[in-house]
Design a protein. Structure first.
Length: 357
């Protein structure tokens, strides 16, 4: 056997060894890739099923303030977020415990988040007179609330998301808790209305779902305005945690948490259009604010009387962020107002079967 044959055999053996080494390296990577792909497909299918079940047709093809239907893939849109206490021991439509409007600008990947205090004294079309804005949902569900908010802010409400307390608790727990600032020591009811079940001390700390809900609900030592600000901060904390890399493996639990605890007029396809806001390469730009006003108490019924100048500025801000082409007229005229004493008497005569904390 010549030297050339020996050298050829040695070269072939070395190539086989290299191929084996590559196979040993690539095989685990391939298995991981297939596993991740299978998990992603499974997660997608589950999300499709769960979120599709959350869909509820609100009877509108589009907002009456829109010339044509919007597509969140290409257009700036608005979302009305409603938090309600839909526990089993309550009957009928609950009042909204929290109410926020989010406008999303597609090009800027930015969000304007406006909190509407639940005691805001506004015209509610479903009633035909001014009363607390949180009464709208009790009267006519999401549809009546949307009509009221559109009349108040003069911007179209394209989508709504309604969640109950259980969704909030379970999502926070699914994410492994969130970090928040507790302003003072307090005791608060839990999601099942067990009195003083939650006891928190002041300071920045990690909160589980029930603790985060207690912080979002309480207003015993301040007011509804400060509570609204806390709710916005908690939403930001949830968004930050949910869009972090560490949260990827928790999405399965998050989807489960949403389950039967959410209703929306968004299809799963439309929901997917908002993914780009969380994958734009930087933190989501969320600018939060609250409708300002003053205490107003006719006939011993408490309201939050909105500051009209600040309200006008908020309308302009939201219209600009949505880049609305049509000038909207001011509908907050005296034609929507009624005798305040009569309205207060109507409010005071209602039987309050809901939590007013």
């Amino acid at each position: 056997m010549g030297n050339n044959d020996i050298n050829t055999r040695i070269v072939k053996k070395k190539k086989k060894r290299k191929l084996r080494k590559r196979a040993y390296i690539l095989l685990p990577l391939f298995i991981v890739f297939i596993g991740a792909l299978s998990w992603a497909i499974s997660l997608y299918i589950k999300a499709d099923s769960v979120l599709t079940d959350s869909y509820e047709d609100d009877g509108r093809d589009k907002s009456e303030l829109r010339a044509e239907k919007v597509d969140p893939k290409f257009d700036n849109v608005s979302i009305l977020m409603m938090g309600v206490d839909d526990n089993d021991h309550r009957t009928g439509n609950a009042r909204t415990d929290s109410l926020m409007v989010a406008t999303l600008n597609k090009d800027e990947k930015s969000v304007k988040l406006v909190n509407i205090p639940r005691d805001s004294y506004v015209y509610v079309p479903a009633y035909g007179y001014e009363t607390k804005i949180n009464h709208a949902h009790a009267k006519g569900g999401p549809k009546a609330t949307i009509e009221t908010v559109e009349n108040l802010l003069e911007v179209p409400i394209d989508y709504y998301v309604k969640v109950n307390f259980h969704a909030f608790v379970e999502v926070v727990d699914a994410l492994g808790g969130i970090t928040a600032e507790v302003p003072y020591e307090f005791k608060e009811s839990n999601s099942m209305d067990k009195r003083d079940a939650i006891h928190l001390m002041p300071g920045e700390q990690k909160l589980n779902g029930e603790e985060a809900l207690a912080l979002a609900r309480t207003r015993k030592l301040d007011n509804d305005i400060e509570r609204g600000k806390r709710q916005q901060d908690l939403i930001k904390a949830i968004v930050k945690k949910a869009t972090s890399v560490n949260a990827l493996l928790k999405f399965d639990d998050v989807i489960e948490a949403i389950g039967d605890n959410m209703t929306t007029n968004m299809t799963f396809s439309e929901m997917k259009s908002f993914i780009s806001y969380g994958t734009s390469g930087s933190n989501i730009d969320i600018d939060s604010s609250t409708l300002s006003g003053v205490d107003y108490q006719p006939a011993n019924v408490y309201y939050w009387q909105l500051d009209q100048q600040a309200l006008t500025e908020t309308k302009t801000m939201l219209q600009s962020h949505l880049e609305l082409q049509t000038d909207l007229t001011d509908s907050s005229s005296s034609s929507n107002t009624s005798d305040s004493t009569y309205e207060a008497e109507q409010d005071s005569s209602e039987v309050n079967t809901y939590n007013t904390n």
